[in-house]
Design a protein around this ligand. Structure first.
Ligand SMILES: [Zn+2]
Length: 66
């Protein structure tokens, strides 16, 4: 049986579409475009931190009353 647990799935924080897989020891920043919602992200692989580069802003819950 192949050990797959060292690969972590990176998903789009908005729609959950898979952006890429990373190894456990991955670090640094990569840019990835979501194939589903078309947003472009920079992802800090070490921190699992997402920053939106282009595309619609992350939708807030309706009824926030702005
Ligand atoms: Zn997406």
């Amino acid at each position: 049986m192949i050990e797959k647990s060292s690969v972590i799935r990176i998903e789009c924080p908005v729609c959950g579409h898979r952006l890429m897989d990373k190894g456990r020891e991955a670090y640094g920043t990569v840019q990835a475009k979501c194939g589903k919602c078309r947003r472009v992200w920079t992802v800090d692989l070490g921190l699992d931190e997402f920053n939106l580069v282009s595309g619609k802003a992350i939708p807030r819950r309706e009824g926030a009353g702005e």
